[in-house]
Design a protein around this ligand. Sequence first.
Ligand code: FAD
Ligand code: N01
Length: 535
Amino acid sequence: MALPNDVDVLVVGAGFSGLYMLHKLRGLGLSAVALEKGDGVGGTWYWNRYPGARCDVESPYYSYSFDADLEQEWEWTERYPAQPELLKYINHVADRFELRKDIFLETTAVSAVFDESENLWTVTSIGPEGGHVTRARYCIMATGCLSSARMPNIPGLESFQGQLLHTGMWPHEEIDFTGQRVGVIGTGSSGIQAIPVIAEQAQNLQVFQRTPNFSVPAFNGPIDQQWYREIKENYPELRERSRHTTMGIPFQRRDQAAIDISEEEREQVFEEHWPKGGFRISSCFNDLMRNQESNDSLASFVRNKIDQMVHDPKIAQLLKPYDHPVTGKRICVDTNYYATYNRDNVELIDVKSDPIQEITAHGIQTEDHFFELDTIVVATGFDAMTGAMLHMDIRGRGGASLREHWEAGARTYLGLAVAGFPNMFTIAGPGSPSVLSNMLTSIEQHVEWISDHLVHLREGGYTSSEAATVAEDEWVDHVRELSEKTLFPSANSWYLGANVPGKPRVFMPYIGGVGRYRAHCTDIASRDYEGFVLK
Ligand code: FAD
Ligand code: N01
């Protein structure tokens, strides 16, 4: 089917957000299409196929809740799902709800211009058939927070004659590292997940670490059938509970401050939570991101664990994070990460003390050494939260450009709408809990809120909805003020844009938690969409 010229709603992106949005729009009787750059659906789980790619939220919770039959029929096999299983799930959803006929793959939206005289968006895209223009009443950006992969700015990168791979743009064919000399640049979550798996295959693995990150073991394994059965029996209640928690998962932070108890007692609580795996450890006190001393005690607990897991004390020292609070960057959830450095074929290169100078045809040259490599794996992350949106030329009222509107940092109302850009909505955008949460919970809440809003507009006979400038200003201030009450801004994280040279340093996600945020959005809706100008 050809991409239509006119639709009610145009969705950009076909990951978890775009797929559910499309499904909801159909249910409202609106005509809708989704444009997707990739040649398949799945977003994050389509692009990030690197070995070891896995979710940090347990599988029964990192899944859609909108359809009880889907929930009951799908069978997760592992506690934390790996990328292939997640991609299979998303494809299953696309088939089950017959979404594919309205999804246009290999089609990139390059610009979106608002036509004020008719209250319509004109979206230009490039697809397999060439350029196309689609007019839509509403434009919904489901473009992803972590979908704009960044190559590092290292001199000579393009001259490398071996295999160059980025974790966020991983090839579709199987990559076999057997017998190879492999270098990995970057030790964020992607590097930390890939390194142990590559180490098992490669002849030699050299890890180029600039800054160590906190990582905690997942204790992953086949899903515990009894646990899963209980979840399935109680899904409605568990999902509802998730919607009102801080992180969008159905266990709440323990309501006790670490600062209120002795160091020995804290240690005991950490020890109890460590074997539970993943985020459990960061939820064991309620003041870990508000009180430096509390955070320091968890940090030193994790550093001690590194000492226990890594045999060589010099390597252990290099792996210990020192420049940011635990969870100031999204905590990595790993399988065998630290123990991998006990292998004879793995070497940790500290590029803080011996910086990378250039990449040559045959490897990586640091100030003091040359490392000959067959493959370089780049795990250097993303232009997060704003990158995908700003790749497009988006123009709102009066031809104003989003790039200019966001020049000093992303500005939104509720992470859902932007002043001056009527009838455009963002899913899990900056200013919403998104990346600080289980994103499936946050995505569903946004999709449902937008759907309800579109119904409200239809029933009220409105053709335009726009965030008021004053509402946007207040929300931006509120998001910033909340973050300033925490330790988050002290970390040089991508939450702040700190990983992209020249990007304004603004804390982008809403830190008040999924439950509080949801209550606020519901309240806004109940007050006739306060802060939105409806015409
Ligand atoms: P995405 O999945 O990013 O999909 C956006 C889609 O939009 C992409 O397919 C992209 O190609 C497309 N697109 C963008 N711009 C255009 C354009 N101009 N034209 C056409 N198409 C466009 N979250 C968690 O909660 N737990 C996790 O464990 C977790 N693990 C992650 C692991 C990795 C490696 C990464 C990168 C992210 C992870 N996330 C995790 C966050 C993850 O991005 C979300 O959970 C979720 O998958 C986002 O879904 P989405 O549909 O909003 O965005
Ligand atoms: O990216 P990152 P990521 N030379 O930005 C280093 C989600 N996710 O893809 O800290 C040398 O975190 C950089 O070093 P430094 C999750 O939300 C989840 O790993 O800037 N090194 C850092 O070590 C996550 O937070 C999972 O000094 C360079 C690394 O590259 C987000 O995606 C799995 C460099 C980048 O780390 C992004 O994770 C994967 C250079 N020039 C991703 N430039 C789960 O487990 C950058 N670095 C769920």
